[in-house]
Design a protein around this ligand. Structure first.
Ligand SMILES: [Zn+2]
Length: 156
């Protein structure tokens, strides 16, 4: 700070000095971006899948492992891995929802709730705490759970 003040006060500062401080400023901005953006994207700690008000499935990003919590009657969960993604298919007699869980996101990949399937086409991927995808006809809800302190810092 002192150095910058001196430069600003000096009448005879050289163009090279300006260039030097401009480069330092740009470097600082670039470094801030590099460190802040990955933090923002990597705040997901868990994915919770609800059926009605019950959590039926959770995926833990620290363990890289999913867990079936509580399965309602006549509901099946199938899991498989493909192309570095974990897939969770929630199946009942007439309905299915396919959830894709990637390294830092989750989304509704497929569902047969309607011809247009709003849960697949209208929602963007879950990437941070509080993000949500809802399938109203099937009462399925996907919720992102993350580091609340980090995501608040970034939002401010
Ligand atoms: Zn749906």
């Amino acid at each position: 700070m002192k150095k910058i003040e001196k430069v600003n006060k000096s009448v005879f500062f050289k163009p090279l000095d300006i260039a030097f401080y401009a480069i330092i400023s740009i470097l600082i901005i670039v470094l801030l971006c590099v460190f802040l953006i990955p933090k923002n994207e990597n705040t997901l700690e868990k994915i919770e899948i609800y059926k009605g008000n019950e959590v039926i499935y959770t995926y833990d990003y620290n363990l890289l492992q999913g867990n079936i919590e509580k399965l309602p009657s006549e509901t099946l969960i199938e899991e498989y891995d493909e192309n570095n993604c974990h897939y969770v298919k929630i199946i009942t007699e007439e309905s299915y929802n396919l959830v894709e869980i990637g390294s830092n996101y989750a989304l509704m990949k497929d569902a047969n709730c309607s011809h247009y399937a709003p849960c697949v086409n209208n929602f963007s991927a879950i990437k941070k705490d509080g993000d949500i995808i809802v399938c109203m006809p099937h009462q399925i809800k996907i919720v992102g759970v993350g580091n609340k302190q980090n995501s608040n810092e970034v939002r401010i």
